[in-house]
Unconditional design. Structure first.
Lengths: 190, 190
């Protein structure tokens, strides 16, 4: 998606260690109009998979997942990292390493909102190693749901997430695919 | 807003201690279409205040703030509760008591995205005691920005948030105003 790539080139900052800062339009400040366009494009690409629900992880997955769900006309569930008091005692919980936090985090979904038979489209801001997305897939599988696709705004193809998800045999779509980041030079896949 | 009130009556659960569970359409699962409608209505009510930015707090403020910002055509910034590694060392930080967490949490905004002269519209899911919103106001004021309005999806009028914000002399709007919750009976203000 050309507009997203332009913004990454203009405002993205390579902080080293594979961390791309996009806080001015995705991760802290959000460009609401751009996020709507991204959701529209992800919805277009996944229109055929028959998703009944979008699943994402708080915090920065919420914005792209919400706009994608809106354009698909389905609800979105965001996995919590801390169990709120409104959640029942019995939950689906998995552990996943957080690249940017440098530790393991929990991903928690209430069985109330993820049921057997659901067709789940997973959306996140980044596809990097795939660790968070694999965690969301474990939650969906624990609920007896079927994962029907994986979408991300930005993919860092050099971190191998797409390979880690290949066994799922579902469509994987990302709107900007970064092949390399060296110094201030960000190179996209063709 | 009648549709939001109907959903609250149908799906909201009074968990006691003033906690209203709306996890099926706002706080864990999100009804993306309803959230868009709520954002459209909040944008309509605040069209005249000349906001340049929406400010909210992660996590559950993100969805209504994003849709409001979209319909106003301005960006949204969500205050973080944990400083991510992408954020500079020098930040705006305030402490605020969290009703649902039972402890104090941090609210952090990067000076990169909240500047002097900005006209800030604060949006959150709930207006209860106003503690979180007062925290966001302190962040905006620390940045030299002007708060021009406060909006929420759901107000619990019996918790006094509106009075706590009265000194601001800005418009305060909420889409569903709950006067009382006793057992399973939720009563709205006229």
């Amino acid at each position: 998606m050309e507009e997203l790539k332009r913004r990454i080139l203009k405002e993205g900052k390579n902080l080293g260690n594979g961390i791309l800062k996009v806080d001015s339009f995705i991760n802290h400040q959000v460009d609401a109009r751009l996020m709507d366009e991204c959701g529209k494009e992800l919805a277009r690409r996944f229109r055929g998979v028959g998703a009944t629900k979008v699943l994402t992880a708080e915090i920065s997955g919420i914005a792209p997942a919400l706009t994608t769900a809106f354009h698909l006309g389905i609800p979105v569930v965001y996995a919590r990292k801390h169990k709120p008091i409104t959640m029942p005692d019995q939950v689906y919980l998995t552990l996943t390493p957080s690249h940017t936090k440098g530790r393991t985090v929990e991903l928690i979904v209430s069985p109330e909102y993820l049921a057997g038979g659901e067709r789940v489209l997973i959306i996140d801001d980044f596809l990097a190693t795939g660790a968070t997305i694999l965690g969301l897939i474990r939650l969906a599988e624990a609920a007896g749901a079927t994962v029907v696709g994986v979408g991300a705004l930005i993919e860092k193809t050099f971190e191998g997430g797409r390979q880690a998800l290949a066994h799922l045999n579902v469509p994987i779509e990302s709107l900007a695919r970064i092949r390399s980041m060296e110094g201030d030079t960000i190179v996209f896949e063709e």
